[in-house]
Design a protein around this ligand. Structure first.
Ligand code: 4UW
Length: 589
């Protein structure tokens, strides 16, 4: 039977063959170079479009000409959000390098895993993260030869870009550093934009390596190519409500190291000529204060931010009237929460505040679906309210299927892949040019993640020709809108961050008092997130379980970044209740 393939209601965009750097700067002359590009929300220090181009090409020049890195090398960025990010990322890309991005809260062990796996050499980091970096580089796992060798790999990012711009108001001396500093690499020369991109194979060349566990196992390097990014940016532009450089400003609280923040907040606004106001993390007061101060119109968030907006008193202490759109993604968003935030933030005398969703994965670069602003577009008699909770329609250049059965991933022929009947649920499969090239050096994970195009030899896959299995269960309604209704894969999402159960389990198994363990996510409607919870079999059965739970919970905190802490109830009471529910379910089944 022919597969049931869903397409976008929007027309396809032409596929381009150019580097992501050329693409990012393709609209450069359309907007004045004095126009603010990235603004530090707390200090107001601003990099305009001209600065970004100038600094990126200068950093790229130094990387190449100071022999810090050669074409194809991987640079790691390990820093909270700051206005240094575009300089580092665009500069590294201009020099023909790959970038990998680490969670700024990563521990030395987590960092070592990614540093080695991505084969990174240079690491750009902040003064605050230096200790962890040095610990990582000199650890057994990485084992650099000497302290000097470790120091040679570090590029220190400025705490304060005022020094770099020469606009620092005090006459104090610049702090002395034994490390190469970003600012020292910004005045040695400048690449000519064109010369860097000869020989870029946009279809095949990997430029970003974000880390995702996919459907199972430990985090893996996701090979995102230039063409994945140029395609996703172009299709997002056509699905996103129109933005105006003069009227719109976007607030970046989502981390740039995660694909959602990276593409939608670091790359996308610059391409559209819109200013991005950068905060290092989410803090309710700073969030509201920044919306008032910079008259933010668009913000991209995760559902737990909306929970805060629905409850925190600070929303009434600041003027939030500039907000036009809040885009939520990375985890499910319920209609009740949308209603609660809308009525709280938006008195009826103001233009509407749209709270809509996007959907995607690290592996799809990321956006595949967006909910349009209704009824701003011509969508018959649909109202915005009727689509609360939907992830919207498929973006152009992509195809989707909802697969009811693929023999648990072992389907070998097209006949063995059964699509869900109309209106029924199935696993979302996606195909198109923005789907990743694959997981880095991991043929087993790639074999699980893709269903091949059977008429094309797997040794030479045409980009976008294979079906990527998302591990999410969805349905499509009569209007062609998609709804994510369940997750088939193991992944746990804590406030939009990935928590791979296999990673936590392998760490927990190294604890001497733990004989066996299983990690799951438990739903918290109050916080609108899942919470990671471990079930432990003690090595010594006579041990006090509650004490062990507490001990293990504290111990995990020394091993992993904050979002992976075990939060899903440590008390015996909660555990017992849950186990009882579990037992009842088993008996009923
Ligand atoms: N509803 C339910 C959703 C949703 C969702 C994601 O960490 P990753 O790999 O990637 C992300 C990407 C988020 C994102 C992408 C594009 C976009 O426009 C946007 O929105 C505004 C957000 O989180 O995790 C991927 C997994 O996260 C879940 C889902 O399980 C998916 O496989 N997920 N978005 N709207 N679940």
């Amino acid at each position: 039977m022919a597969p049931r393939i869903y397409k976008s209601p929007l027309p396809d965009k032409p596929i381009v063959q150019r580097s992501i750097f050329t693409h990012q700067f393709s609209n450069f002359s359309k907007y004045p170079s004095e126009f603010p590009a990235y603004i530090d929300a707390q200090t107001g220090v601003t990099l305009n479009r001209g600065h970004i181009k100038d600094f990126a090409l200068s950093f790229g020049y130094s990387l190449r000409n100071e022999k810090l890195a050669k074409r194809g090398d991987t640079v790691m960025m390990y820093s909270p959000n700051s206005i240094c990010w575009p300089v580092v990322v665009f500069g590294a890309v201009a020099a023909g390098l790959r970038c990998t991005f680490a969670n700024p809260a990563s521990t030395a062990d987590e960092l070592a895993y990614q540093y080695k796996d991505s084969q990174a050499f240079l690491i750009c980091t902040t003064r605050a993260n230096l200790n962890t970096v040095q610990q990582m580089l000199t650890s057994k796992a990485v084992g650099v030869a000497s302290k000097e060798d470790a120091e040679r790999r570090i590029i220190l990012l400025p705490d304060d870009f005022d020094w770099v711009l020469g606009t620092k108001k005090t006459d104090g001396e610049k702090p002395i550093s034994k490390f190469t500093r970003l600012e020292d690499l910004l005045n040695l020369g400048r690449l000519k934009q064109e010369e860097q991109f000869q020989g870029v194979d946009a279809e095949q060349e990997t430029v970003f390596l974000c880390y995702s566990s996919g459907t199972t196992g430990k985090p893996k390097g996701v090979e995102t190519t230039h063409q994945n990014l140029t395609t996703v940016l172009d299709i997002v532009v056509s699905g996103f409500p129109p933005l105006s450089p003069t009227d719109d400003r976007m607030l970046a609280i989502l981390p740039f190291y995660h694909i959602y923040g990276l593409v939608k907040l670091l790359l996308f606004p610059f391409l559209c000529g819109v200013s991005t106001i950068v905060l290092p993390n989410f803090d309710p007061v700073k969030f509201c204060e920044s919306i008032q101060r910079y008259k933010i119109t668009v913000t991209l968030i995760v559902p737990p931010v909306l929970v805060v907006m629905a409850r925190h008193e600070c929303v009434h202490q600041y003027d939030m009237s500039s907000l036009r759109i809040m885009f939520s993604g990375a985890a499910p968003l319920g209609g009740d929460l949308v209603r609660a935030v809308r009525s709280r933030l938006r008195p009826t005398n103001l233009p509407p505040l749209h709270i809509v969703q996007g959907y995607g994965l690290t592996e799809t670069s990321p956006t595949t679906h967006l909910l349009p602003l209704l009824p701003a577009r011509e969508w018959g008699d649909m109202t915005e309210e009727s689509k609360y909770g939907s992830i919207g329609f498929l973006l152009p250049n992509l195809e989707a299927r909802l697969v009811a059965d693929d023999k648990d991933g072992h389907a070998k022929t097209d006949d063995e892949v059964v699509d869900a009947p109309e209106g029924e649920r199935g696993e979302i499969w996606i195909r198109g040019r923005s789907v990743m090239k694959g997981y880095l050096n991991n043929s087993a994970a790639n074999a699980n993640a893709f269903y091949p195009h059977l008429s094309i030899p797997p040794s030479n896959p045409i980009p976008g020709s294979r079906w990527f299995k998302t591990g999410d269960i969805g349905v499509v309604d009569k209007d062609g809108f998609f709804w994510v209704v369940d997750r088939k894969k193991e992944l746990i999402k804590y406030k939009g961050f990935q928590v791979p159960p296999a990673e936590l389990e392998s760490i927990l198994l190294t604890h001497p008092k733990v004989a066996d363990v299983g990690v799951i996510g438990v739903e918290s409607t109050r916080e609108s997130t899942e919470l990671p919870r471990a079930y432990i079999v003690p090595a010594d059965p006579s041990i006090q379980t509650l004490e062990l739970v507490r001990e293990v919970q504290e111990w995990v905190k020394t091993k992993v970044a904050k979002h992976k802490f075990l939060r899903g109830g440590a008390s015996g009471k909660i555990l017992r209740r849950h186990l009882k529910e579990q037992a009842l379910k088993e008996l009923a089944g």
